[in-house]
Design a protein around this ligand. Structure first.
Ligand SMILES: NC(=O)c1ccc[n+]([C@@H]2O[C@H](COP(=O)([O-])OP(=O)(O)OC[C@H]3O[C@@H](n4cnc5c(N)ncnc54)[C@H](OP(=O)(O)O)[C@@H]3O)[C@@H](O)[C@H]2O)c1
Length: 330
């Protein structure tokens, strides 16, 4: 018999409506039971759009529904920790959007509450890791396909100057580092399987919004380095290029490969460029499968909350490096 985990969603965020809810509906382990919005009309509209049986005009009402086992939290960043804690205290497993919160202290607070609820799973939603291209790249690096991993160059950018966007709201945890710079930080720590020893950065801020709009960063690891920029008022682009002592790996679309289109990576080694192509697949479905299976089979989630705290620490060190105009040691 098929067993599906019963999900609820807090808020009618565009990431939820455009990507994550449709992806969850494709998962054989998920069923979406309820959606909550501050505005009942929005909740009803989204519920109707996706055949979600229950809708609520209050996030807490969804958390009080005993039929819901797990909640997905795609709220603005300043609300992640507050609602994740409320969800845990209401007995729900939690998948919370990246970045985990506003600060490492914030994230640590959530970690401490989660420790008091050992039977509940909680994870930060870094969906990119579930795409087969990243599974393959991690395996290639671990098996020495490019020799010793030495440096990673990445960038992530788009153009958004609408003052109503949460990306441009400082008090909501806006800015390029929080929104997309968190990906190159995450992938660098993931591939090196280590924390940086030091951080150097230069940041440009929007004069009106006071959020970072162009952050240029070097992370120094024991065995190499990672450099990247994140930008929110720049030509839309995403790149990751990984270099080892014997070869390199380049991605076609590292972070948002579309679900219905194949994507490629290239291994360049010994003068030969070898192409690997991955069939279109939905990384948000794979993320939902992964988290639901952790609940169903009661095993550890693939990325624990300590990892989310550590990613947040690096964002803070980057800002410190810019503020103090010097390299910051961890
Ligand atoms: N993993 C990914 O690929 C990905 C991509 C984009 C964004 N994200 C993350 O997902 C989260 C949401 O991003 P988004 O761009 O989808 O946000 P969004 O469209 O602005 O939606 C945020 C939702 O939060 C709710 N909300 C509660 N209090 C709010 C407030 N004071 N102001 C505005 N909205 C409020 C609203 O729902 P109701 O009005 O219905 O209550 C709103 O629809 C962020 O943490 C972001 O970093 C992840």
């Amino acid at each position: 018999m098929e067993i599906r985990i019963k999900w609820g969603v807090l808020g009618t965020a565009s990431i939820a409506v455009k990507h994550v809810i449709p992806a969850m509906l494709k998962s054989k382990y998920c069923e979406i039971i309820g959606i909550a919005s501050r505005n009942i009309k929005k909740a009803k509209k989204v519920a109707k759009q996706f055949d979600i049986p229950k809708y609520y005009d209050d996030y807490q009402k969804l958390l009080d529904d005993e039929g819901i086992e797990v909640v997905y939290i795609p709220l603005p960043n300043h609300l992640h920790v507050t609602w994740a804690i409320k969800a845990l205290k209401s007995g729900k497993h939690v998948l919370v959007e990246k970045p985990i919160g506003l600060s490492s202290l914030d994230a640590q607070k959530l970690l401490e509450v989660s420790i008091k609820h050992p039977n509940l799973k909680i994870m930060e939603a870094f969906m990119y890791k579930y795409h087969p291209q990243w599974v393959k790249v991690k395996e290639m690096i671990n098996k020495g396909a490019i020799g010793d991993l030495k440096t990673i160059q990445s960038s992530f950018s788009f153009f958004e100057n609408n003052e109503n966007s949460i990306v441009n709201k400082r008090e909501f945890g806006g800015g390029s580092l929080m929104d997309i710079g968190c990906y190159p930080i995450s992938l660098s720590r993931f591939l090196f399987d280590a924390e940086p020893k030091s951080v150097m950065a230069q940041i440009k801020y929007d004069t009106k919004f006071k959020v970072d709009i162009l952050s240029s960063v070097i992370l120094d690891f024991d065995h190499g380095s990672s450099s990247f920029f994140s930008a929110t008022q720049l030509f839309e682009n995403q790149e990751v290029h990984i270099f080892g002592t014997k070869g390199s790996i380049k991605f076609e679309i590292p972070f948002n490969p579309p679900p219905n289109k194949s994507v490629k990576i290239w291994l360049i080694k010994d003068g030969v460029k070898k192409e690997y192509e991955f069939e279109g697949c939905d990384q948000y479905t794979l993320q939902a499968d992964n988290f639901s299976l952790a609940i169903l089979e009661d095993h550890k989630v693939s990325t624990d909350l300590k990892d989310a705290v550590n990613n947040m620490i690096i964002i803070e060190k980057i800002i410190e490096s810019n503020d103090q105009e010097k390299r910051i040691y961890l």
